[in-house]
Design a protein around this ligand. Structure first.
Ligand code: ADP
Ligand code: NA
Length: 288
């Protein structure tokens, strides 16, 4: 089966700075690195590294062709990533000596994905495939509606969190994944806890405390592995990509989450994001 990921593709520009600039200040950076980022790209890479067939649906500008190349090198089908006349999404990240950061996000092409790109992609989908999306692109509701009519499994990773965005697609979802903070925000907005949400499978990730699956048989906890974290960015995206990949090849949820928990544990021991997501061989030899 195929995982269709309507997702963001960012160029992450990371600048090392002596301190986070204050209003009116001009500050020279002491270093710069450019990475592939965006929750969408991260999840595509994670699912591909977990050995799933993944087709990314998205858009970049002419300045983002390297990012598409990179996704392809990681095993993602990039034929449904449009090159459009809008700049590629950027995250301008300043990191100070203490590891504190500040981020400017420019959404660019991520929020101007042409609807015909989505339609052409999902026209190739087959019953039993999975659609996943996050809250970093346009077309979320259109994608969910189209996917339902085609018999796809519909999965939403509700980040960055927005209660209205969740409510808009809720009725179409088979699977919803949130972190602890997002689950709390959803409860504040709707009065509903994860066990009360009308979605078949809901997962709440709890960082170093693991993850809980709220399915038909009540909550099931999957512990995290004990590791020494050096960089937790991308842990959630890795977890989600792995769960979807394992489900796609027919594994039960519990087993999918156990594999994902290993992948995410490895991820927090590595500095970086998409470029360092572990592959299935790393995960299978992990004994944490
Ligand atoms: P997000 O990155 O979306 O906030 P979480 O922080 O909840 O997501 O992490 C997602 C998953 O990654 C967790 O369910 C857990 O399996 C794993 N994980 C996160 N932080 C750690 C950690 N410090 N040690 C081990 N595993 C972790
Ligand atoms: Na994270």
């Amino acid at each position: 089966m195929t995982i269709w990921n309507l997702g963001s593709i960012n160029a992450d520009f990371v600048y090392s700075v002596p301190h986070i600039p204050v209003p009116g200040e001009t500050l020279a950076s002491t270093g710069r690195a450019v990475f592939l980022g965006g929750k969408g790209a991260n999840m595509s890479v994670a699912a591909a590294r977990a050995a799933a067939r993944v087709a990314h649906i998205g858009a970049v500008g002419a300045d983002g062709l390297w990012a598409v190349e990179r996704l392809m090198e990681y095993g993602v089908d990039t034929r449904h990533i449009a090159e459009i006349d809008v700049e590629t999404a950027q995250a301008i990240i300043a990191v100070d000596a203490n590891g504190e950061n500040s981020i400017i996000l420019h959404q660019g092409a991520n929020v101007q994905i042409p609807v015909n790109v989505l339609e052409q992609a999902l026209n190739r989908a087959e019953t039993g495939d999975t659609l996943v999306f996050q809250n970093e692109t346009n077309l979320q509701l259109q994608a969910a509606e189209l996917a339902v009519t085609m018999g796809l499994r519909v999965a939403y990773a509700a980040a960055p969190f927005d209660a209205d965005a969740v409510m808009a697609v809720m009725a179409h979802l088979d699977f919803l994944i949130l972190n602890e903070v997002e689950a709390e925000q959803l409860k504040d907005a709707t009065g509903k806890g994860p066990q009360d949400i009308p979605v078949k499978d809901v997962i709440v990730t709890l960082g170093a405390n693991g993850a809980t699956w709220f399915g038909a048989d009540g909550p099931v906890d999957v512990p995290a592995h004990k590791v020494t974290p050096v960089d937790t960015t991308g842990a959630g995206d890795t977890f989600t990509g792995y769960v979807l990949a394992c489900l796609d090849r027919g594994q039960p949820m519990l087993q999918a989450m156990q594999t994902a928990s290993k992948a995410a544990a490895i991820m927090v021991t590595r500095r970086g994001t998409a470029d360092v997501i572990p592959d299935l061989a790393d995960v299978q030899s992990f004994s944490g």
